[in-house]
Write a protein that binds this ligand. Structure first.
Ligand code: TYD
Ligand code: MG
Length: 454
């Protein structure tokens, strides 16, 4: 039998290489390639000699009841999960260090336990005393959660197999260590092996397993991408350090809609649910000021209004600054280019700063019009009317394209006291009595109408 070949794997993107090098050709990351023990030789060669069993094949039409769900009672979490926890599912929760993952999951475990499910919380990061202190601070000490502190995967699996709880939280996947893999905890091989074992265990036993995953500096779950493919649900816990808002976002969900968000506020007593995020995100808005535009957005199934803030200032730099927080910077560059090329509004020689108030992240193309409005308002030093909201996608030609769920956006805006919306011309939506609609077909028209000649 041929000697197994050692492989070198990039810890950033998971690409395999035949030899070590300082930089990964696949993703361009430096110092990310590590040596890995070879995978054991599976079948693949000589299939004829060692045949597998015949697997049963079923019809597509067989009727399946919807999966049973255990709600936690924390509505913001249940919505993101698609209505509650599905037995035997594997969930990965990623987020920056210190954002509140452990707090969220301790609160979730306690909520499940109080709702009558059996819950086990295993931490490889904190000592038991630390966890109990936190539970006291969060007023959860009386919840029937069983606590363990361990990093050895084999012991964790044996314990979970004996206990068979309804839900098990593992904090975190990067601290686990399997004795079948010769690599340090946190390495690609270890993370992959631990995730695989735990996901297989979840499917086999019916225990819902929630894994905490650390995130690299560019915002992806550390370790191989393949872990995200293995699990049923991937949730990201996001927020800006300086803000108290936290957003739990489903980026993948085999048991529910993806893109759904839950909004929380970090308080002295842990994470509190925010039932009306629009009111919260707009709460800091004072008098109408130049550079501020309200975007009527949709996150998952829920309308959320956010304030887009822009600042435009003369620069002495040869290449002006474009600082964007909470929005896609590529999208912002495109909008700036459309304003320059189609509407003759130059931004050369001007620094541009853009962000979303409250630390929210907005990825919808429907935000284009609000971004353009904020930029123009800042550049012209002209405040937009306080009663207006904006939505619409901008094409490269400068035309405004209709977006989905306009009625929902308008309904939320009306609920928060807005009475005027600027929407794309082709948008199917009704402006009822207390909501006036202005339809614009392209950005040039919008510039002309709102800011005079531009
Ligand atoms: P933690 O859950 O430990 O974050 P992670 O597991 O994602 O690393 O959260 C730590 C932060 O949360 C810490 O900076 C303190 C803050 N925090 C509160 O503000 N209030 C609380 O009640 C708790 C428990 C933590
Ligand atoms: Mg933690």
């Amino acid at each position: 039998m041929a000697k197994p070949v050692t492989v070198f794997t990039c810890t950033a993107c998971g690409a395999n290489h035949r030899k070590w090098s300082g930089r990964c050709d696949a993703c361009g990351e430096w110092n990310s390639i590590t040596e890995e023990a070879p995978l054991s030789q599976g079948p693949g060669r000589g299939l004829g000699a060692q045949r597998g069993r015949v697997i049963p094949l079923g019809a597509l039409s067989a009727s399946e009841p919807p999966p049973p769900r255990t709600p936690s009672g924390i509505d913001e979490l249940d919505r993101v999960l698609g209505g509650g926890l599905v037995p035997g599912s594997a969930i990965l929760v990623g987020g920056d260090p210190g954002i509140g993952k452990s707090t969220l999951l301790l609160q979730a475990a306690a909520a499940f336990a109080r709702a009558g499910a059996s819950a086990v919380y295993i931490s490889g990061e904190e000592a038991g005393a630390q966890l109990r202190l936190r539970a006291q601070r969060l007023d959860l000490a009386d919840a029937p959660v069983r606590l363990g502190t361990e990093t050895a995967l084999r012991d964790i699996l044996t314990t979970l197999d004996a206990e068979r709880p309804d839900v098990a939280v593992i904090d975190s996947i990067q601290t686990l260590w399997s004795d079948t893999v010769e690599a340090a905890p946190g390495s690609v091989g270890q993370v992959r092996a631990a995730a695989h074992e735990l996901v297989t265990f979840a499917k086999r036993s019916g225990v819902a397993v929630i894994l905490v995953g650390h995130v690299t500096k560019d915002g992806q779950i550390a370790g191989p991408r393949v872990v995200e493919h293995m699990v049923d649900t991937v949730l990201y816990f996001e927020g800006e350090r300086g803000h108290q808002f936290r957003i739990l976002r489903a980026v993948k969900n085999r048991f529910g809609p993806s893109g759904e968000i839950g909004v929380f506020e970090m308080t002295g007593g842990g994470l509190a649910e925010v039932a009306n995020p629009s009111a919260l995100f707009l709460s800091e808005r004072g008098q109408p000021s130049p550079g501020s535009a309200v975007f009527a957005g949709i996150e998952g199934t829920r309308p959320v209004l956010t304030e887009i803030q822009a600042l435009v200032a003369p620069t002495t730099l040869a290449s002006p600054r474009r600082t964007v927080v909470g929005l896609d910077s590529g999208r912002v560059s495109t909008i700036l280019a459309v304003l320059e090329a189609r509407c003759a509004v130059p931004f050369a020689g001007l620094d541009v700063f853009l962000n979303v108030a409250g630390g929210m992240r907005v990825a919808e193309p429907a935000a284009d019009l609000a971004i353009a409005a904020a930029l123009l308002s800042a550049r012209e030093d002209h405040a937009l009317p306080a009663e207006s909201v904006f939505f619409g996608e901008i094409s490269l030609s400068g035309a405004l394209r209709p977006v989905a769920q306009a009625e929902n956006r308008l309904k939320e805006a009306r609920k928060l006291g807005f009475s005027h919306a600027i929407v794309p011309a082709g948008q199917k939506a009704d402006g009822s009595g207390d909501m006036r609609l202005d339809r614009v077909s392209d950005l040039t028209g919008f510039v002309g109408e709102t800011f005079g000649a531009g």
